[in-house]
Design a protein around this ligand. Structure first.
Ligand SMILES: Cc1cc2nc3c(=O)[nH]c(=O)nc-3n(C[C@H](O)[C@H](O)[C@H](O)COP(=O)(O)OP(=O)(O)OC[C@H]3O[C@@H](n4cnc5c(N)ncnc54)[C@H](O)[C@@H]3O)c2cc1C
Length: 405
């Protein structure tokens, strides 16, 4: 285990808020042209990168975490719905979670006669993702991670990694690199690992809503003219509304943003609520081809979306982020302690992928729903007792990302 180049807290201070964290991005602490050495370079400070970096630093390793974003609260790419299994198994900051949701409404294209599903348990909570990233980053920095924002990873040569920061080029030598750089991972490409080929794109608008008597509800619309191959949604938890669509990019007639606008005009679950002029916009690609087979090599590994760790059916990636990051940190910890270069071979995407067969089949079925008439027929089946049981299993089931260890 190499010594940390400098005490990270000496460089970053003890970040109390997002402003303090952002300041860490103004300077890498290393003069331009010099090469610094770390145990692990983590590229990408989404949930996967933040979690992996934090766990590695807690194990005593020197970690540099870089992100091209200049602030953790901007350019958010998720609705932030956490499922019950995640809420049960991980300690997320309670003040960054919205009210529990127990009710799901599934709508056919006509939006008439939704199928209403009610659970006896709290099934979902929507994360306030900006503050949640900041809280996780704060824990990471307190554990010793050196966080540098506004810095883009651009390539590597051997064990030297190149970044473009606000003050110019940055070179870092690292024993291992972690690609937590999202669905279109540059790190995956440079390490010669598998890359996501099967992607949806999603976009949503987020705005505050007034409190009403309506219970928090997750509204899903199955209409391929709005969401080809996936769903359009409104999550209204009584604090915020998230109104979004996702699907295969080439199947959006008129484009994703026009479709989003069209959905906004008829979106269910917003009775009496006017969309404000100013809304937060989110969006990005969603890998739905299942966990990639080759996600590690001697030099590093992939986590989160970069590893394709997203449920192919529900497109949920937050639970997989947390579970795979724990596994990644354990494997790298072993490798750094034992000095064995083959330790990362235990990080095996093919084994995980095998446990996704059922979900991949259902993804293919959902992709085949190509017309509103087909979606309406699917509702006829869903209204039968076996159809309702299947919908409950998918939406309220106990399954999550398989335990990677
Ligand atoms: C619209 C939408 C809604 C979603 N809603 C949900 C949901 O409600 N629940 C759920 O479970 N899942 C949801 N998902 C999926 C889930 O959000 C993702 O699976 C998860 O956030 C992935 O986290 P990540 O850390 O792997 O990637 P990201 O959050 O994408 O983070 C990657 C980071 O890498 C940085 N980066 C990229 N390239 C570079 C580079 N070259 N140099 C430096 N930094 C770089 C980016 O700036 C980014 O911060 C949604 C996805 C989308 C697109």
């Amino acid at each position: 285990m190499s010594a940390r180049p400098t005490d990270p807290r000496a460089m970053t201070g003890s970040p109390a808020d997002e402003a303090t964290l952002r300041e860490t991005g103004d300077d890498t602490g290393t003069p331009v042209g010099c090469t610094q050495s770390v145990d692990v370079l983590v590229v990408g400070a989404g949930l996967a990168g933040l979690t992996t970096a934090k766990l590695l630093a807690q194990q005593g390793h020197g970690v540099l975490l870089v992100d091209r974003r200049t602030t953790l609260t901007g350019a958010i790419r998720t609705t932030g719905i956490f499922v019950r299994r995640t809420l049960d198994d991980f300690q997320l900051p309670a003040d960054c979670l919205g009210p529990p949701i127990r009710r799901v409404a599934l709508y056919p294209p006509s939006l008439r006669r939704p199928v209403m599903l009610e659970s006896a348990r709290d099934e979902y909570r929507v994360g306030d993702m900006g503050p949640l990233y900041v809280a996780t980053a704060r824990a990471a920095v307190e554990a010793g991670v050196r966080l540098v924002l506004g810095t883009r990873y651009v390539g590597r040569h051997g064990d030297t990694f190149f970044m473009a920061g606000p003050a110019g080029p940055v070179r870092v030598r690292a024993r291992f690199v972690v690609g937590a750089d999202g669905a279109r991972s540059r790190v995956a490409r440079d390490l010669g690992l598998d890359r996501n080929q099967h992607l949806l794109v999603g976009a949503e608008e987020v705005f505050e809503v007034p409190r009403t008597e309506e219970p928090p509800t997750f509204h899903c619309v199955l209409d391929p003219s709005l969401a080809p191959g996936y769903l359009a949604w409104v999550v209204n938890d009584g604090q915020h509304a998230h109104v979004g669509v996702a699907g295969y990019a080439h199947r959006f007639h008129g484009g994703l943003h026009r479709t989003m606008q069209r959905f906004g005009e008829t979106a269910p679950g917003l009775n009496g609520i006017d969309r404000p002029d100013e809304v937060e916009r989110r969006g990005g690609p969603i890998p739905v081809g299942g966990v990639l087979r080759r996600i590690a090599c001697f030099e590093g590994l992939l986590v989160g979306d970069a590893a394709g760790a997203v449920s192919p059916l529900t497109a949920g990636g937050l639970d997989p982020c947390l579970r795979l990051s724990e596994h990644a940190a354990a494997v790298i910890d072993d490798a750094l302690r034992d000095g064995r270069t083959d330790a990362l071979s235990h990080y095996d995407g093919a084994t995980l992928r095998a446990r996704f067969r059922g979900r991949l089949m259902l993804r293919r079925a959902l992709a085949q729903v190509r017309t509103p008439a087909m979606a309406a027929s699917a509702f006829t089946l869903m209204r039968t007792p076996p159809g309702l049981a299947a919908a409950r299993r998918i939406l309220f089931g106990d399954r999550s990302f398989p335990d990677p260890s």
